[in-house]
Design a protein around this ligand. Structure first.
Ligand code: GAP
Length: 453
């Protein structure tokens, strides 16, 4: 079997995502809304597993981080002070031939002539700045005074609430405020499936520290974040920490790394880890006239803390997890003939369903009743899927394709009909090795929970 090309691989992944209920085009029955996606029953579980794990390691397992959940509707003053109203834009160009709106960096050059990447047209407009923020109106009056924005990043509400959170949490520097939530950008060209969307989710930490420790924490967080990706199953060799050069970096940043992943469509950013200095807090202090200073009780000094920000995309990480996990290998069918198996080798921690549970036969009441007992036993601890239809091999394949790491089959030995020593034991099958072992029902919860947490 020849290896699929990267384009074929991506097409297969998009098709699997729709067919098995990970990701659907938003408003699909009306022709779709470009740049917006809906997560189906399996996609929402995968996304939650990712967000919950991020929250666990970034907030719950640390003494120095607390969480918050800010509003999406944002006061225009916040985004004026942060620089988004003036400067959060991409240079845009129109192709007069095919009428496409393009980002400047999408244009192609052939024989020294700049061309439209879609139709090859050379009749292009001058570049103009296009602000990426979604503007809306709050209340009945749709005028200048009622403008609000859908936040383009979650970070700003953290800066604006810095003083409140500091006071209630009574944290000392260095400490962080974490947030997971939706962000909106009117991208000129949404593309590469969910990679560049107009509505997406971010997982952001603003880690406040003393100025002299900024670079130290930048490197600390870069390493922590790389380790995070490894712990959800993305190997280090497909991750790259790219140091963003001076000319590409925000003017206020003293150092930024992009964590990139080798997607089938190329190496692309999953997360930015940026040392943002004291820029944001200073801007908000100046614009609001409210002090955002930190008081150091030991030295009796007041100062604006600096901040290091690891900012990750939920949707991009979900896409990276699916791309990385997608494999085609070979497995025997019911008659022992080898066939192609599509398998998502998701880390058990991320898998939407942890265990498939099957009665060997669906028309045997005792087998079905025993299987349902096991479903009830495992359900409080993990997501499970009961399946009684089709041959066992088919049921395994259906779970392999959605990344379920374990499958339990209840057979006549479980009922003690063949050998009393095997009563209350089941076969436990591993998705990746396809090996089966006989385990006691009493050990199932411990055996599986230790492998999925
Ligand atoms: N607060 C810093 C910030 O927002 P960013 O590099 O613009 O920095 C951070 O965004 C992360 O958010 C990106 O690394 C990416 O994972 C995600 N992200 C940004 N724009 C996105 C888009 N249009 N679609 C999906 N994810 C996006």
């Amino acid at each position: 079997m020849s290896e699929p090309t990267d384009t074929q691989r991506m097409e297969k992944i998009v098709s699997l995502c729709k067919r098995r209920g990970f990701i659907f085009q938003s408003s699909e029955i009306y022709g779709g809304l470009n740049g917006a996606w809906d997560y189906g029953p399996l996609g929402v579980e995968l996304k939650r597993n990712l967000k919950n794990y991020w929250w666990r390691v970034m907030v719950h397992e640390r003494d120095d981080v607390v969480g918050m959940d800010g509003s999406i509707l944002t006061h225009p003053a916040v985004l004026k002070a942060s620089g988004h109203v003036e400067g959060f834009s991409d240079p845009m160009i129109d192709c007069r031939t095919c009428k496409a709106h393009l980002r400047l960096d999408q244009l192609v050059e052939k024989k020294g002539v700049t061309q439209c990447p879609i139709c090859g047209g050379k009749d292009l407009t001058e570049a103009r700045q296009f602000n990426l923020m979604f503007e809306t109106h709050v209340g009945a009056a749709a005028d200048e005074s009622s403008i609000a924005y859908l936040r383009p990043e979650t970070a700003q509400s953290i800066f604006v609430q810095f003083k409140n959170v500091l006071e209630v949490s009574r944290k000392k520097l260095p400490f962080g405020i974490a947030q997971i939530g939706k962000a909106f950008r009117n991208e000129i060209n949404p593309r590469n499936f969910t990679f560049r969307s107009r509505e997406f989710e971010q997982m952001e930490l603003e880690y406040f520290c003393r100025a002299e420790e900024g670079m130290k924490w930048l490197h600390y967080w870069l390493e922590e974040r790389l380790r995070f990706y490894e712990n959800i199953g993305i190997p280090r060799e497909r991750l790259h920490a790219r140091e963003v050069p001076d000319e590409e970096r925000a003017f206020y940043s003293k150092g930024t790394y992009d964590i990139e992943y080798d997607f089938p469509f190329g190496g692309q950013e999953l997360e930015g880890v940026a040392y943002r200095t004291d820029y944001d807090l200073l801007q908000h202090q100046k614009a609001s006239g409210k002090s955002l200073e930190y008081f150091d009780e030991e030295t009796k000094q007041r100062f604006i803390p600096h901040v290091v920000e690891p900012s990750a995309g939920v949707d991009r990480t979900v896409l990276a997890l699916i791309c990385d996990a997608y494999k085609e290998d070979h497995a025997p069918d019911e008659k022992g003939k080898m066939e192609t198996r599509v398998v998502l080798r998701l880390h058990p921690r991320m898998a939407p369903i942890k265990c498939g549970i099957f009665p060997l036969l669906k028309n045997n009441e005792r087998l079905v009743a025993k299987t349902k007992e096991i479903v009830a036993l495992l359900r409080p601890h993990m997501t499970v899927f009961y399946d009684e239809s089709g041959a066992i091999g088919r049921r395994y394949r259906r779970q392999d394709e959605i990344g379920t790491p374990f499958a339990v089959t209840v057979d006549f030995e479980t009922l003690g009909e063949k050998d009393v020593a095997l009563r209350d034991t089941v076969t436990l099958r591993d998705r990746d090795s396809m090996k089966q072992e006989r385990v006691s029902v009493n050990d199932l919860v411990n055996n599986l929970t230790s492998r999925i947490t």
